[in-house]
Design a protein around this ligand. Structure first.
Ligand SMILES: Nc1ncnc2c1ncn2[C@@H]1O[C@H](COP(=O)(O)OP(=O)(O)OP(=O)(O)O)[C@@H](O)[C@H]1O
Ligand SMILES: [Mg+2]
Length: 459
């Protein structure tokens, strides 16, 4: 690792420069030694350097100016200042401008090497962090939200509009509709993107643990609290806190959360000191929070605080035109991840996928696509290769009926079922009405009557 580090040394004393260069090269570093700071600054703009070591007192450009220049263009590049004219004041000064360290000549080789080692470690840690960050941004950016339907375009517009503000966002939608994906996209599209995105699942933890998880605790606040621990609120400072499954919060924690949202400060468990944080809250729920409010299970004041910007995510079955796009997206992803040869779904199989109800939404679709790609040996995946719940009408019928909420209005429900079946038949028949009618066992004219009745267009 170390031998890959590139160190730039700047010192107007050429002999000294040579000594340092030899010393660092012996340690395995790649070294560029320049006696003219102006050349050195130009060099920085065209090369990748991990650490800068500069003398303080040089003609034309001082070490301090080098430092300021570096901090302006590369805030995370560590700069080590050496000086023969060390005084506490100038040391304080350069540290204030963001120098990594300050050493006074003459110094021992060990002293210099130790400091350079630390600087290299810091530089590598930063580079690693930025790589990860970039990976995250590529993985979760707005362009990862696939779909051309009106509903998904509306979602994208809302994400873009909401992202720059600090307003609390409430994302609602059935399981697997992309709530977390949207929450991350909001974070990445905001100017908080370089700060943490911290996620808390309110369902996974019981009240006691959740409280210390969210707010942290002071040492000794309960058995087992051997040290002070910062909670998720503090970890997310400057960034975004994602409260997943917020409908699961106990009434007790709802009160505490409301206080933080109002005051932007809180106390750690067992503490008295007020901790202030700058966070953006994005909450998600697959429950109807307003219903929970009317049932007395969710505080209305907290609901209004959370529900500032609301982004409802439509179930997949209400935006079927996105299904082929999503299938293609998943196929590409799975093939690339598994380095598999190209495979695809036959037109008919794709029609079945488009017609299915997808109770588990996009997550279920991803799973189905992945299992087909992995398990099916031939290149074109046919209807017979699809999982039974999608292929098998009987099973589908049963699970669809199981999904219906009671009590219901029988006439109204039957009409909805009929409309859904007509729509599906048409999709599976590739919009050819004669074929769709045939598959439903009705005449073309009856089909046309039903299409009209349910407002279904055949394109
Ligand atoms: N519009 C979309 N385009 C591409 N992939 C999507 C889209 N929406 C969701 N996904 C993918 O579907 C999967 C489920 O999404 P996500 O975890 O965000 O859903 P969720 O609503 O949080 O689900 P749950 O309620 O189960 O937690 C993820 O792998 C996500 O990348
Ligand atoms: Mg989720």
């Amino acid at each position: 690792m170390k031998e890959h580090a590139h160190i730039l040394i700047i010192d107007d004393e050429k002999n000294y420069l040579l000594v340092l260069q030899t010393l660092l090269e012996d340690e395995g570093y790649t070294v560029t030694a320049l006696s003219d700071p102006e050349t050195a600054l130009a060099f920085l703009h065209e090369s990748e350097v991990d650490v800068v070591v500069t003398d303080m007192k040089m003609p034309k450009i001082s070490g301090q100016e080098v430092l300021q220049h570096v901090k302006k263009f590369w805030p995370h590049l560590p700069v080590l200042i050496m000086t023969a004219f060390g005084s506490i004041e100038s040391a304080v000064e350069v540290m204030k401008y963001g120098a990594f360290d300050y050493i006074t000549k003459p110094f021992s080789n060990d002293e210099l090497l130790l400091s350079i080692n630390n600087a290299v470690e810091l530089a590598f840690a930063h580079q690693q962090y930025y790589l990860l960050q970039k990976e995250m941004n590529d993985k979760y950016g707005l362009d990862q939200i696939v779909g051309g339907s009106r509903a998904i375009r509306d979602v994208l517009v809302m994400v873009e509009r909401a992202a720059p503000s600090r307003s609390t966002v409430l994302i609602s939608g059935e399981p697997g509709t992309g709530k977390e994906l949207v929450a991350r996209a909001i974070h990445i599209a905001s100017d908080r993107r370089d700060k943490p995105f911290v996620s808390v699942n309110c369902m996974a933890l019981n009240t006691g643990v959740l409280e210390s998880e969210l707010f942290g605790h002071e040492k000794g606040s309960f058995t087992g609290a051997v040290a002070m621990r910062r909670g998720r609120f503090e970890q997310a400072d400057g960034g975004t806190l994602f409260l997943d499954e917020v409908g699961e919060l106990s009434l007790d924690l709802q009160v505490k959360l409301l206080r933080v949202l109002q005051e932007r400060s809180f106390e750690r468990v067992g503490g008295t000191e007020q901790v202030s944080v700058d966070i953006r809250i994005v909450a998600a729920t697959n429950k109807d929070l307003s219903k929970l409010v009317s049932q007395g299970k969710f505080r209305d004041d907290l609901y209004y605080r959370l529900n500032v910007v609301q982004i409802p995510l439509p179930p997949l079955r209400e935006r079927r035109e996105d299904i082929p796009l999503l299938v293609a997206h998943c196929v590409d992803k799975v093939l690339a991840e598994n380095k598999m040869q190209k495979k695809s779904f036959s037109k008919e199989a794709l029609n079945y996928l488009t017609g299915y109800e997808w109770p588990g939404n996009i997550r279920q679709l991803e799973n189905v696509v992945e299992s087909c790609l992995v398990l099916v040996a031939h290149d074109i995946i046919e209807v017979d290769d699809l999982p039974p719940e999608i292929r098998d009408e009987e099973a589908q019928f049963k699970s669809a009926v199981d999904l219906l909420p009671f009590p219901l209005d029988l006439g109204d429900t039957l009409e909805k079922i009929e409309a859904a079946l007509v729509r599906r038949a048409l999709l599976r028949a590739d919009l050819v009405q004669v074929k769709a009618a045939e598959s439903l066992g009705i005449s073309k004219s009856l089909l046309q009557y039903k299409l009209k009745k349910y407002g279904i267009t055949s394109h």
